[in-house]
Design a protein around this ligand. Structure first.
Ligand code: KE4
Length: 425
């Protein structure tokens, strides 16, 4: 037995599914998950010493690559001063000031410990601010696992093929309204029915949890207008796109400002960090200023702030990283599109900046329903081959590929060559 197999056998005894997050279980690809021992740059090394070119990047945080020396140095420095105080620190002020300086729509921000917590809190703030209850979300978008969001969610929920989660009482989702991504009429209909009862619309401005599905031209702008007209809060869930699509994320990329924005992943530099922020008048409903309660023992943890600050500061001071990521994205996803054309493959390649994916379906993909026409068996065979060739992609058709600043053109060329070999077989 391999080291991963041995560890997996032990893991399943005391951890549900042997993993601390379902999508890591490799369930949809029918394999034993790889147990990772270390990572550096664009590479992972598993407990058996196998080295993989990593296109998951811890699901997005590792935009500068794994074990970035700058980030490690700041984390080590912070650790020596103590790991957690449960008190205000200068690092939190610096982090808040930095994010507010990078994202024009964010005037005030609150640190939490995960993207889920950021979304849960942003929804509560929007409800507290508007005095309304209804929330519109989109089929296939994933916003973490708070009850209200576990309706036709993407990512691991979609991978598992369970449209909704057990254990969520109807009361938890009775105020969640479902719209169809890229179908603005589905949103207009909900506003026609519920109008002034709608507290907020939450969306992944570029969906990356049903595979990658970019917004159609004009879709986000119409959402912005509908929220403004109805005095509903527009929440951009930028846990993935934030600081990946540019210094101001999807809001800069698409030129649309949200009222609230949720963050995670990149702002933690690999440590557990989430955040929600936006208009001052909305954020000031949050305790202790306002009456919307939200709290967290480790929120703004000094070591996590050190990691996040190091990564964000570098991105802020080196905007050329985004140009490099876009060039690598064009090479990788452009090469994949070219391959699909040359080999007449029944696949759709989608890309947004350094994010991308390949749907195993001949249908055009623009939403949850069309994404689900993908042949997950074909994806599974493709995934296994790539892993055997040392390329570690997300073990699910309904996730994204993540490039980092540590990836090279040689890495991308190897990946394209390997894909060619697979599909030419
Ligand atoms: P976390 O609670 O996992 O930090 O963030 C939840 C979340 C919220 N919003 C968006 C847009 C997200 O993509 C996520 C989490 N992303 C998944 C990957 N698609 C996390 C991977 C996992 O569940 O293990």
């Amino acid at each position: 037995m391999t080291g991963s197999e041995t560890l997996y056998e032990k893991a399943v005894i005391h951890i549900p599914g042997g993993v601390n997050s379902p999508v890591r279980a490799f369930g949809s690809v029918g394999m034993t998950p790889r147990f990772i021992a270390s990572a550096e740059g664009a590479y992972l090394t598993d407990v058996d010493g196998n080295r993989y070119l990593d296109y998951v990047g811890s699901w997005g945080p590792m935009i500068l690559g794994h074990a970035n020396p700058l980030v490690l140095e700041k984390v080590e420095e912070a650790c020596r001063k103590g790991l957690s105080f449960g008190a205000a620190t200068e690092a939190e002020v610096e982090m808040a000031e930095l994010i507010c300086s990078m994202v024009p729509s964010v005037e005030m921000i609150r640190m939490v410990n995960s993207g889920t917590e950021a979304v849960m809190s942003a929804i509560r703030a929007a409800r507290g601010y508007t005095g309304r209850n209804k929330i519109i979300k989109f089929e296939g978008c994933y916003h973490g696992h708070c009850d209200a969001m576990l309706v036709k969610a993407g990512s691991g929920v979609m991978t598992a093929g369970v449209p909704d989660s057990a254990g969520v009482p109807s009361g938890g989702t009775q105020d969640t309204l479902l719209a169809v991504y890229n179908d603005i009429s589905s949103v207009e209909n909900l506003f026609d029915i519920w109008g002034k009862e709608i507290a907020a619309v939450i969306i992944e401005p570029a969906a990356a949890n049903m595979g990658v599905v970019p917004p159609k031209e004009g879709f986000l702008q119409r959402l912005r207008d509908l929220c403004t007209e109805n005095e509903s809060v527009l929440i951009f869930d930028e846990v993935i796109t934030g600081f990946r699509l540019g210094r101001a994320g999807a809001q800069e990329y698409y030129g649309i400002q949200a009222d609230l924005t949720t963050y995670g992943k990149i702002i933690g530099g690999g440590m557990p960090v989430g955040a929600y922020g936006g208009k001052r008048e909305i954020m000031e409903v949050v305790a202790p200023v306002g009456s919307v309660y939200q709290a967290g023992t480790l929120s703004g943890n000094p070591v996590a702030m050190a990691a996040g600050m190091a990564q964000l500061t570098y991105l802020n001071e080196h905007p050329e990283v985004y140009e490099e990521l876009s060039c690598l994205g064009e090479m990788l996803y452009g090469g994949m599109k070219k391959m699909c054309q040359e080999l007449s493959l029944p696949c759709q390649v989608h890309t947004v900046g350094s994010l991308g994916c390949m749907f195993f379906t001949e249908q055009a993909v623009q939403d949850y329903t069309s994404a689900r026409t993908s042949n997950t068996e074909q994806f599974c065979r493709y995934f296994r081959y790539m892993l055997e060739q040392g390329i570690y992609a997300a073990p699910s058709q309904f996730e994204a590929m993540f490039l980092s600043a540590a990836h090279t053109k040689e890495n991308v060329q190897y990946t394209l060559d390997t894909m060619h070999k697979y599909f030419e077989k």
